[in-house]
Design a protein around this ligand. Sequence first.
Ligand code: ATP
Length: 341
Amino acid sequence: MAKLEARGLTKRFGEVVAAQDVSFRVEEGELLALLGPSGCGKTTVLRMLAGLTPPDRGRVLIAGEDVTPLPPEARGVGLVFQNYALFPHLTVFGNVAYGLRFGRRLPRRERSRNVRKLLELVGLSGYERRRIHELSQGEAQRVALARALAPQPRVLLLDEPLSALDAALRVELRGELRELLKRLSITAVHVTHDQEEAMAIADRVGVMREGRLEQVDRPPELYERPRTPFVASFLGRANLWPGVIVSLSSGEALVEVAGVRIPAKGEAPAPGEEVYVFFRPEHVVIGEGPYEAEVRHAEFLGDRWQVHARFHRLPLLLFAHRALGGKVQFRFREPPRLLRR
Ligand code: ATP
């Protein structure tokens, strides 16, 4: 049985469909990231899971129990937000102890012990007496996490918990966060618009677009085998060339792209259908091969050059170890994949 399940969650705000028939399951101890551009409905879905926004349609199940009618405090979910939402008038100790109060009432000594244990978990031993304004952003977010974990929630929901932090700290904290959630075997949903963060932190990633969940998969599958052009282009760098299927034979299709016939693989509809040919810059071998491109310009990105080229009239993005110019020959490391248009 899934620890957390969304079944057909739908929410409108006036004309805006913030979430449309969103369904997914999160297994015990699993970390699912919801990823998508601003406004795609990630926060709305998270708020429906938490009980902060009532869905128009659909159900939320926790450990098989339908919690849709229950208020947030009766669901056993912990929440961590981008802006920490810490109480500025309380100390670190007070903020974490507040989290404990939602659970059973504890004797004072046990409460202290629990708070100390939670602070140790998030690497803040000795910070008990600090005031919130005396913390760095990273420390404040750790306190928010300790407070959310205090009542031992059945499910932890995180809404862009790292996005207020500077880039280096974000990368450091996401590693710590994953390590901690895995160590405690916590079932969690993590909302982010940062694709790298989603792939680094989650066991599976669900990509949302305009209120709909387009694909849920493990990061490597999502990256290598996106099922839609949107997922292909939202994660990493993608080349998507429009073409028409010319012929099909045993799993391979011949696609006419800008007047050139290119073999591609994947689920092909029928000959004559319009498709996209999809491949990533790293799937291209430069310097040899049957195809020729014209380089427009190249950007130095530190670990590589990003080369903007043209294949006939189509844009082509390549990675190279040196700046390229003029005409280059290329081939595909393996046949590009087909995506439906
Ligand atoms: P972001 O990353 O920018 O927070 P998001 O993917 O989390 O975006 P949501 O906040 O879920 O997106 O919003 C989805 C859509 O619903 C947006 O168009 C938003 O303007 C709209 N929306 C969200 N909450 C409300 C509300 N309370 N009233 C009206 N419209 C809302």
